[in-house]
Write a protein that binds this ligand. Structure first.
Ligand SMILES: CC(=O)N[C@H]1[C@@H](OP(=O)(O)OP(=O)(O)OC[C@H]2O[C@@H](n3ccc(=O)[nH]c3=O)[C@H](O)[C@@H]2O)O[C@H](CO)[C@@H](O)[C@@H]1O
Ligand SMILES: C=C(OP(=O)(O)O)C(=O)O
Length: 433
């Protein structure tokens, strides 16, 4: 079994180039099925979720080839099936985008329920509501659901809450529907805008992405083309936070600073210096951080995905901090693991109460989801001795080369293997909470 070992490190210093956005890539890869010609995507990270999408691609006739240049070449002209294997669909979250992307071409899509990070409740009712309003019938079965529509028709759709996933999925379905679709209370996330820009590049007619009102005029045909995915704002944010852990200086390159507005604002609030220069952001820390409060929210609010790494930073910030999670109120499974390192942190309802400045001591911990993994990794940099993180498949689901990048900044971090014989006694505890 592999685990990541992190040892107490000095200040992180240096620069890292940020990978393409995981969440955008997952949407663009499925969206490529809508094209009637070949598509080349630049910047798609080599992550575990992509490996699963390639397997799905092989099943349904979507060729996906990594070119020597690093770009992904996709040929949707030989698509022959819209049946997505339930096991593969449930191995990651964004498999639901195959519904929106395949429905117009096939009239019927069969797909397993979405997997991905488990925050106790991640409903897809808004996706289903939107498909039904576009004229589809949806039926639920044991391990999959089926969405059918002979002809998708444009509709006025109001989302009951702001959801990036349902906004993107509905755009995908509406692009080739007959007539006009209007989305109200749409998500304004950069990943929504990126998907709309990509679809428009193929010939779609989407207006207003980035606002809460999106209009889509259905078109009968979409061409192909080349497109570059946006940088991963969530990974960029985590690296900026890493500069604060032991008082260092980290530059993230290839970012869109506007996408990180709420993150950089909070880093300044706790006492870090942030310098923005074109597509780069540098975070400096003198090691003295102040406590704060954060409340997550949909974009442009403080991203729920950055809440967990930020919590690691707040453990190093003097005073009492409060983290309130409004997007996924139960996204706190990292807290139990931080306590194993000695953190003074308690969850009550949808908030974590943190007393910063308490020394951390390395231990075995388990990453339950992708950002919990980043949180533990950051906490491990501050903890005395060594922190050993299991569940690294979650980290690999979203991060390309995390270990190498942290090491290039001076982190003492390595991938290790545990003999099967030693697995039992040493690491059982992190799982039992
Ligand atoms: C693959 C991907 O892009 N994942 C991201 C995406 O997840 P995902 O697309 O699943 O998240 P959404 O933006 O849809 O969810 C936002 C909120 O809406 C709720 N909701 C959503 C859909 C629905 O049908 N019903 C409903 O109630 C969710 O429970 C949550 O409270 O956005 C989240 C919120 O920014 C991020 O944490 C995830 O990293
Ligand atoms: C929640 C996340 O991923 P997913 O939606 O793919 O589970 C995440 O990226 O933090």
């Amino acid at each position: 079994m592999n685990y990541i070992q992190v040892q107490k490190s000095g200040p992180l210093k240096g620069a890292v180039t940020i990978q393409g956005s995981k969440n955008s890539s997952l949407a663009l890869l499925a969206a490529s099925c809508l094209a009637d010609s070949t598509v080349t995507l630049d910047g798609i990270p080599n992550i575990e979720d992509l490996r699963i999408i390639r397997q799905i691609g092989m099943d349904i006739g979507l060729d996906i080839v990594r070119l020597p240049s690093g770009e992904l070449f996709m040929d949707p002209r030989k698509l022959h099936s819209a049946v997505i294997d339930p096991g593969k669909a449930s191995a990651y979250r964004a498999s639901y985008y195959f519904v929106g992307a395949l429905l117009a071409k096939f009239g019927k899509v069969t797909v397993g329920f979405p997997g991905g990070d488990d925050f106790v409740s991640r409903p897809i009712d808004q996706h289903i509501k939107a498909f039904r309003m576009l004229g589809a019938e949806v039926t639920f079965h044991n391990d999959h659901y089926v969405v059918e529509a002979k002809q998708l028709r444009g509709a006025d759709i109001y989302f009951d809450m702001i959801t990036s996933g349902a906004t993107i999925n509905t755009m995908l379905a509406a692009v080739r529907a007959k007539g006009r679709t209007r989305l109200t209370n749409a998500a304004t996330d950069p990943e929504v805008v990126d998907t709309a820009n990509f679809l428009n590049m193929l010939g779609a007619r989407i207006i207003g992405a980035g606002t809460d009102q999106i209009r889509i005029e259905g078109v009968p045909y979409l061409g192909g083309g080349a497109y570059q995915v946006i940088p991963d704002r969530l990974i960029a944010g985590s690296f900026l936070m890493s500069a604060g852990i032991n008082g260092g200086s980290v530059t993230v390159r290839n970012v869109i600073p506007e996408h990180l507005g709420s993150c950089t604002a909070k880093l300044r609030e706790i006492g870090m210096e942030i310098v923005i220069d074109d597509q780069n952001i540098t975070a400096h820390s003198n090691g003295k951080l102040r406590a704060t409060r954060i409340r997550t929210g949909m974009y442009p609010g403080f991203a729920t995905d950055l809440q967990q790494p930020f919590t690691a930073l707040l453990l190093q910030s003097m005073g009492k901090s409060i983290v309130t999670e409004r997007v996924y109120p139960k996204r706190f499974s990292h807290v139990q693991q931080l306590k194993r390192l000695g953190a003074n942190i308690e969850v009550r309802k949808e908030s974590a109460f943190i007393k910063g400045g308490v020394p951390l001591i390395g231990n075995w911990v388990h990453a339950t989801d992708v950002r919990a993994g980043t949180c533990l990794l950051l906490a491990g940099l501050a903890a005395e001795g060594s922190t050993k993180i299991t569940g690294i498949e979650h980290i690999q689901r979203g991060n390309e080369n995390a270990i190498e990048l942290f090491r290039s900044l001076g982190a003492r971090i390595s991938l290790e293997q545990l003999d099967e014989g030693a697995v039992n006694s040493e690491i059982r505890a992190p799982y039992s909470g």
